[in-house]
Design a protein around this ligand. Structure first.
Ligand code: PMP
Length: 427
């Protein structure tokens, strides 16, 4: 054996041993995961989000808000002022419950939607409403407990609750939102099976993904059914202010301080990058909820809270909401026109009154998941419907978002999507 061969053999053996160690240590550590960790799913929305940034693709997938109407130059000056004048506070740990000034401002935002009895003391500022969903699952649900939700529902809520081994039970929705009779029947039948139902998770206005809104006349009925059954309502309302026409519908929380835990967010009415939302928690539940929030983040970011607070104090945020509502309304109209123009008979869709999304239904038996790959080849992306359902069944639905794309791109995106759907329906 030459010395080179010896060295090569030694190196190979060493490399092999290192590899073996790495593999076996991966396996060893795999066993350390909690059962819970295996319930945390990869989000189809995040996957598609990564694909969507490829050049040339038109993304009708991501529900990102339009930020170009924000006063960016002025916000830059606000940020500078925050650091210059309040830097030591902004960059220090802050109150676990969040800044009082911002909690008062959150009450003003809610008042604009019809919640007039909110007390800043009952609010916890959260790291987006996503973190509040995680906390809600953590403090209210044991493994095997049931949380009722709409079919379809927000994928992030499914991920948050399922991570705690909660059984999400999806309820039928029609053009007026959650069907009260179906809610009553499900409660009775699940209880008969011995299930513990903890909550109804609901997005009453402009549901993500369906765009459907719970009709005003159904709202008191839903609250009454849940209150009678002692089921807490988790009302997730990030889009409520983004109604295209007329005033926002009054949230379920209005006038029901004990029965509804309300989640608000600045992501869609200001900017998601600040990661600031809030939870308005029934007083008798507040302490444990707040302690759990604190245990996760210690405190919400003082710096971004101050920026949100400055935005609400120094700018005409209502005017910006009015402007963005008009923009979303035109984009939605452009999408509906393109769908009518391009899509074959047999495809139907929801007509939203606000928010970011349109929900398409293809004929029974067509699975939209594999169509995503064909759509990518055709230069357009959407989110397949299965992502928004707790069951792993294939789905004949898909979500299109109009919020983040120009009217021209919406038209072109639908034009690219049409032949993909037509081919699938011809099979
Ligand atoms: N709920 C719904 C219905 C949403 O659509 C989203 C974001 N897409 C969230 C909650 C999470 O929002 P945030 O940025 O406030 O965490």
């Amino acid at each position: 054996m030459t010395s080179e061969e010896t060295t090569a053999t030694v190196l190979t053996a060493e490399t092999q041993a290192a590899l073996d160690r790495a593999v076996s240590s991966t396996h060893r550590h795999e066993a350390l995961f909690s059962d819970r960790a295996f319930h945390i799913k990869q989000s189809a929305v995040r996957d598609v989000f990564d694909i969507s940034i490829r050049p040339g693709l038109i993304s009708l997938a991501g529900g990102s808000p339009y930020l170009r109407s924000l006063p960016l130059a002025e916000l830059g000056l606000s940020a500078q002022r925050i650091i210059a004048e309040h830097g030591l506070e902004a960059l220090q740990y802050g109150a676990g419950q969040g800044m009082e000034e911002l909690r008062i401002q959150a009450c003003e935002v809610m008042a604009a939607e019809g919640i007039t009895d909110a007390d800043p003391a009952d609010i916890v500022i959260t790291t987006g409403s996503q973190s509040a969903q995680d906390v809600a699952a953590k403090v209210f649900c044991n493994p095997g407990d049931v949380v009722l939700c709409e079919d379809p529902t927000y994928v992030g809520a499914l991920n948050a609750f399922e991570a705690y081994e909660v059984q999400m039970h999806a309820l039928p929705v029609d053009s007026e939102g959650l069907v009260p009779e179906a809610l009553e029947e499900a409660i009775a039948s699940l209880r008969k099976q011995g299930k513990t139902i903890k909550m109804l998770y609901i997005i009453p206005s402009f549901n993500n993904p369906s765009g459907v809104t719970l009709a005003a006349r159904r709202r008191p009925r839903i609250v009454e059914i849940c209150a009678r059954a002692n089921i807490l309502i988790l009302e997730d309302n990030p889009y409520g202010m983004l109604r295209f026409d007329g005033n926002p519908l009054v949230p379920l929380r209005a006038g029901n301080p004990d029965d509804v835990l309300y989640l608000g967010s600045f992501s869609k009415i200001f900017a998601p990058g600040v990661r600031v939302g809030w939870a308005l928690v029934p007083r008798h539940l507040h302490r444990r909820f707040y302690l759990a929030c604190e245990a996760v983040v210690l405190c919400p970011s003082p710096l971004t809270q101050m920026l949100v607070s400055a935005y609400l104090r120094d700018y005409d945020w209502m005017q910006n909401i009015r402007d963005s509502r008009m923009l979303y309304a035109s984009r939605c109209a452009a999408m509906l026109a393109a769908l009518t123009e391009e899509l074959p008979d047999g495809v139907s869709w929801t007509v939203p009154d606000g928010g970011f999304f349109v929900w398409l239904s293809l004929p029974e038996g067509v699975d939209t998941y594999p169509l995503l790959y064909e759509a990518i080849d055709a230069g357009v992306v959407f989110i397949p419907g299965a992502a928004f359902s707790p069951s792993d069944e294939p789905s004949n639905k898909l979500r299109l978002a109009f919020s983040a794309v120009s009217e021209e791109d919406i038209a072109e995106g639908v034009r690219r999507l049409a032949p993909v759907l037509r081919r699938a329906m011809d099979h």
